[in-house]
Design a protein around this ligand. Sequence first.
Ligand SMILES: [Zn+2]
Length: 184
Amino acid sequence: MKKIKEFMTALKKAAGLTGTKWVVWEHIQVGKSHCETCLKLNKCWFIEEKKPKLPQHFLCHCTTKPISYTDVVNFATSNSDSSKFDPYLFNRGMAYSHNKQKLFESWGYTIDDADWLQKTIEEQGVEKYINGDYDLGLLNKYGQRINIRVEIPRKDKEGTVSFLTGWMVCPNGRIQLNTPYGGK
Ligand SMILES: [Zn+2]
């Protein structure tokens, strides 16, 4: 399976999906102006069509510079904290007030799948981010959130389900999982 995936990735690259232009945000501080939001965006990677508003504010001197798609493919990464899955998502010990575990249980998943789910969501997350397949979410002094749709097989019957995952864009091509289930 891994080989097929690598082959498909190579094909996509060769096909020049690369109409997609990537840029890196550069925070430029002039004088004493200082903006926490812009600082958080510094060195973050976005596709040109889906980058935060520029300028961000009056007297914002930030800029964006192009980065190569090859670098994005080679260096983009995703990561997540296992606690987002166990205990949080599967609500171990019913310690949380959400009912997200019920959804996953209705698709045949249990807390034993937490590791698999984490790995799968990390893999699909970075793959879709690289393809520019994300939507911008909330931006504030903590950073820029993006939403990424992932798809997993049902375990109770044939078919798949898809849902939104929530991520924070971090410097140098990294995305960090905020929410393993952020909505339908
Ligand atoms: Zn700025």
